[in-house]
Design a protein. Structure first.
Length: 344
């Protein structure tokens, strides 16, 4: 079995893309194999690779690829989170699948349909431009059928109060692509964009503790990677400043699923993102700019219906560049699996 690496610009680390057909189906055996994979990566100087994409030609007639994401956790080599997804790793998986012959080669205008097994997401990766070293995509996260925006709220309410360090902090708990906690950065002692983007360990710890407090309050697992947390501020016209925590440090930009979830949340009346986007003068249905410490990302949410019956149809994130890093090292597999081809 061969490990292929690809990295989307602005991500904390590359993604290890693996042919799922050569991996066990049952969870204990799968995690044991992934633990061995991490040992191999570490031995070859790639111990920082904490994202794993398991892909194969889709068994569903409407999709090209079946994709499963596994987050490696930094605690130990046998620590993983199988919940949630990673949009940047989806793009990395499409890049590798095309280069290894699992799907057709990528050309401008082609679309690859990905069935996300973790959470049922339907993602269309549209090729904008190709080069020898990588591909630029637009990612479309589809809701089929359109999804009532109120269903995106994990508690049914646009804002909930969390008891945190002697006071109540309003947050929005939203799930689209991945579950997220959105909070006004001023609530965490960062009232300006400069303060939000500073390399401030105290702010990082406050965001981590707030995430823990939310998980405790909701009865969620505190040890995994989800939900993630992002702090927001209104910035220029139609622009939100965003700072997000990844595993195990600051995210250099914002996760693709984070951008997707944030755009969805901004379409739900009364949420923290909706209120802050309104302060920037964002028109209803307009393209939202997300300013991060690394880049500015433009994301648009397509909704239908009136304010009482609004439904989310899809979210698009444009100009996402993925670089192919090549094969890192062959990994031995059981003899009975060695015959599996790389092509469908």
């Amino acid at each position: 079995m061969t490990i292929n690496l690809a990295r989307a610009h602005g991500t904390p680390c590359p993604t290890a893309v693996l042919d799922a057909r050569a991996l066990p189906d049952t969870e204990p055996e799968l995690l044991a194999r992934l633990s061995a994979l991490r040992e191999t990566l570490s031995a070859h100087g790639a111990g920082d690779v904490l994202k794993n994409a398991l892909v194969q030609p889709s068994r569903h007639p409407l999709f090209d690829l079946d994709y499963r994401f596994v987050q490696s956790l930094p605690d130990s080599l046998d620590s993983f989170d199988l919940r949630g997804s990673c949009g940047h790793s989806i793009l990395a998986a499409v890049e590798v699948a095309a280069r290894t012959g699992m799907i057709q080669p990528l050309v401008p205008g082609c679309r690859v349909r990905v069935n996300v097994l973790n959470n049922g997401d339907n993602v269309v990766c549209e090729t904008e431009e190709t080069s020898e070293g990588g591909t630029r995509f637009t990612a479309h996260f589809l809701c089929s059928p359109p999804r009532p925006v109120q269903e995106l709220l994990l508690t049914g309410a646009p804002v909930v109060g969390i008891h945190f360090e002697g006071r109540v902090v309003p947050v929005s708990l939203v799930s689209m692509g991945n579950p997220y906690i959105f909070v006004h950065a001023a609530e965490l002692g960062a009232p300006t964009v400069d303060a939000l983007f500073a390399d401030d360990p105290a702010l990082f710890e406050r965001m981590t503790r707030l995430r823990h407090a939310v998980c405790v309050a909701r009865g969620w697992d505190t040890a995994g990677a989800f939900p993630k947390v992002a702090a927001l501020l209104p910035d220029a016209e139609g622009t939100l400043a965003v700072r997000a925590v990844s595993v195990p440090s600051w995210h250099p930009t914002v996760a693709l699923t984070g951008a997707t979830c944030l755009a969805a949340a901004a379409a739900v009346e009364g949420t923290v993102p909706h209120l802050l986007a309104g302060e920037t003068g964002l028109p209803e249905g307009g393209t939202l700019a997300l300013r991060t410490p690394g880049v500015t990302i433009r994301v648009s949410a397509r909704t239908k219906g009136d304010r009482r019956n609004r439904e989310l149809a899809w979210i698009s994130v444009a100009e996402k560049q993925v670089d192919y890093r090549g094969e890192i090292v062959p990994v031995p597999v059981p003899e009975e699996l060695a015959w599996l081809p790389l092509t469908a």
